[in-house]
Structures are given as structure tokens and as C-alpha cells.
Design a protein around this ligand. Sequence first.
Ligand code: ADP
Length: 248
Amino acid sequence: IIAVASGKGGVGKSTVACNLAISLKRSGLKVGLLDADFYGPSVPILLGRRHEMAQGDENGRIYPLDAHGLRFISFGLFIKESDPVIWRGPMLANVLRQFLFDVNWGELDVLVLDLPPGTGDVQLSLSQFVDLDGVVIVSTPQELALLDVTKGVQMFRQVKVPIVGVVENMSSFVCDSCDKEHFIFGPSRAEELAQRLETNLLGRIPLESSLRESGDEGHPYMENESHKGRPAWNSYLEIANKLGSIVR
Ligand code: ADP
């Protein structure tokens, strides 16, 4: 069980969770994706299953949906997309428990969890419900994100959840016409951050407009072979390889 976490929102955590799940699947693993970002469930959109509802049976078992060879569940499959989630922490903890234990996951090699940003009830409940194999922390090179990341890492360590490593997302942009690498959010701080946090640097994912487009269209980037060989594609494979060797 691998959780994908971030110190703050908008750093690409859900995009990373989805594409990592697909990359792990590409390496032959059976992968489930649990969207625990209850206040902003974006996995149904990212996997192209927007507006669908989850089904259950009379025994309270919930069926996950299949998309791109992944089994997934999301709070977005139980509410209308425009409905705000105004639930308190203990209620969300119950949903998390149901998503973990009442969903017919079948046989899985890896369950990837997309956590809400920050250090809240969901993270704490999760650490009480299951023994996580590790947390992947997603950050951008911006200083503010880095400060938030440190808090997140400290929280997980306090509740004895191992940190597998850091992914630096949006780390740079390679210009199509001049081939120059631009560090839009500042120079990469990934190695320094990983060292300071005493963890691994799993990889750096560059900005690519097709990553955003793929997410908006519900066709995950790592599912589209035409991206093969591009910098972000290679980064995802490298990160999945490192993770795969941890979970095998
Ligand atoms: P979070 O889950 O941290 O809130 P999202 O995964 O929703 O963040 O990503 C925020 C936005 O950034 C989305 O529009 C997504 O498509 C885009 N995005 C994420 N990573 C990249 C990237 N490496 N290159 C380009 N766009 C990206």
C-alpha cells in the first residue's frame, strides 16, 4: 500500500498518483487506485470516468470501477461533481475505512492512495487503519511547497509511516523550439530536499502540456504510447521501477 501525499494542493499529486498507478500496471502489477482526496476527488476525471456512479450489493460491498486496466474507487463516484463535500473528519474516516475494507478490490499487488494535501484527519486515520508500505511525497521546486513538505514528512514519521521518497513535479520545462531547459519554479531543489528529509529522490517530472491535456481529457499520459521516450514518460517509468522494487 503506497500513499501519494503532498504538503499543499496544486502540485500535481493526483496526476502523479494516476500516472504512477498506470506505470506500475505497465510493469505487470495488478494495481488499485483509492482516491482519498475526499474534498477534491479528481481521479474519475483523470481516468475518464466522470459522471459515473459506484454500485454496491445488499451486503454493503462496493464495486470498484475499471479504467485503463486499473481498479479504482473515489468519493466522486458517490456525489454530483458540483456538490461540495462538507463532511467532518470522523465521517471521512468512515468512508476511508469503507474504501479500504468494503470495496471488492479482488487480488491486487499494489494499492495506490491519492491523499488529500496537508496533514489532516485522513492521513491520521489512514495510519491507524493500515500498515502503509510507504508514502511518496510530491512537491514542486517552490520554497513554500518545500516548507509544507517538511511538515508532511514530520507528520508521517511521527505516526511511524515510512517515507519512500520525494518526487519533484513541474521541475523544469524544456522549450520545444530552443531545447533549453527552463526552471520556471526556480532551480531544482529536489536533491537538497531529499537529503534534508533523509529520504530518496525518486525522480523529477518536467512540465509537459500533454500531461495536463491528458488529465483534462481523461486519457492518462502514461497510457498513451505516443508519449514514449519523452522526458516525463521516462521519469514516470524510473519512479515506478524504484517503487516496484520496494513493493515486490
Ligand atoms: P493536486 O492533486 O496536487 O491538487 P493536480 O494533479 O490536480 O494537483 O494537478 C494540478 C494541475 O497541474 C492539473 O491541471 C494537472 O494537469 C497539471 N499538472 C500536473 N503535473 C504537471 C506536469 N508535470 N506538467 C504539466 N501539467 C501538470
